[in-house]
Design a protein around this ligand. Structure first.
Ligand code: COI
Length: 353
């Protein structure tokens, strides 16, 4: 199936107000957005419009009952041509649909997702930062739009995409608090989805961690609070000498696309990467024995950033000063070079628009 996309270009581009040297994260939006409507049986009215507010009823179902899912992906400027390169966009499309199925929302056909995405990025290509560390963050999302009070899956939905030119989400190594009281996700729940509620529910524990001087929460398994899962915004890797461990996926963890890229990249670079259970005790014991060299975290927004240290049961454990195997630096450079078209795209991850 192919979707016809109608395009209404803005008459008032804001591109001249955009300073690529001073971007920040998530505050500046490009000139256009993509929208399509699910009417209960099919996707209709695929269109690009000037970026702006949506007109919604106060009874909009997503606001009350939480059928709201999203994705985060990026486009990078090709260092040679300056043109946008989309990084593994079809993985985001697949994950959006895994979230949609769990939340009883309609799936988005691949061509609606990709054609809408590419048409939007083509139109707003000038907004892709050419600056060091800059990229275009892309936010596909879907939410229930029935104007109705009552708990049932909505019949109508909006699927939309908008974009923000961004700099780094985190600008320094993070201190994370191992969470032992609150839980992000339970077996059989929605932890593997990117539903909006997962992030709203994390805000109170994160605020508490920040009040204690930490930047983020490190979630643990909900039953014993002894096994490491992910942070509030990323997946996590621990480097022991030359062996890298990352918590294995299950239905309580988000299957990060950066996580998967880092696993494949580390193996390509000759490192051993194991996906398995990782306990807080193992982190502490092996840190004490001098075996834990680095902890780093990965996500689309965060990219790859090191962990300064972690707090557990009222004690702080410094990791950054343990020296480094530089594995995180190596994999970050490897990934950045591919994303900017400077190195051979060995896994065919980039898509031009
Ligand atoms: C992303 O990494 O894209 C996310 O959605 C997480 C959020 C911190 C922005």
């Amino acid at each position: 199936m192919s979707f016809e996309i109608t395009i209404e270009k803005t008459q008032n581009s804001r591109i001249n107000q955009f300073d690529p040297q001073n971007i920040g994260f998530g505050k500046i939006f490009t000139d256009h957005m993509f929208l399509a409507n699910w009417n209960g049986s099919e996707w209709t009215n695929a269109r690009i419009e000037p970026y702006g507010p949506l007109n919604l009823s106060p009874a909009t179902s997503a606001i009350h009952y939480g059928q709201s899912i999203f994705e985060g992906m990026k486009a990078f400027a090709d260092k040679k041509t300056g043109k946008p390169l989309l990084f593994r966009p079809r993985e985001n499309w697949k994950r959006l649909n895994r979230s949609a199925e769990r939340m009883v929302m309609p799936v988005v056909p691949e061509d609606l997702f990709m054609d809408g995405l590419k048409a939007l990025i083509q139109l707003d290509a000038e907004w892709v930062p050419q600056t060091e560390g800059g990229s275009l963050y892309i936010r596909p999302f879907m939410f229930a739009t029935d104007d109705f009070i009552g708990v049932k899956p909505s019949e109508n939905y909006i699927f939309a995409i908008f974009c923000c030119p961004v700099g780094p989400y985190y600008t320094k190594a993070l201190k994370i608090k191992v969470e032992e009281e609150f839980s992000r996700a339970a077996p059989g729940g929605v932890g593997f989805t990117k539903c909006a509620g997962n992030y709203g529910a994390a805000m109170y524990p994160t605020m508490r961690a920040q009040q204690e001087g930490y930047d983020q929460v490190l979630w643990t398994d909900p039953l014993t609070h002894t096994l490491v899962e992910e942070t509030g915004t990323t997946n996590l890797f621990a480097v022991f000498h030359n062996e890298v461990i990352t918590p294995k996926l299950g239905n309580t963890l988000l299957a990060g696309i950066t996580r998967d890229s880092v696993i494949q990249g580390l193996r390509e670079l000759g490192h051993s990467v194991i996906e398995r259970e990782l306990s807080v005790d193992e982190l502490k014991e092996r840190l004490e024995e001098g075996e834990l060299k680095e902890i780093f975290i990965t996500g689309t927004a965060a990219t790859l950033i090191r962990i300064q240290g972690f707090g557990h049961a009222g004690e702080y454990f410094e990791v950054l000063d343990q020296g480094s195997t530089a594995i995180s630096d190596g994999i970050k450079q490897w990934l950045d070079a591919i994303r900017h078209g400077e190195a051979e795209d060995v896994f065919s991850w980039n898509e031009s628009v």
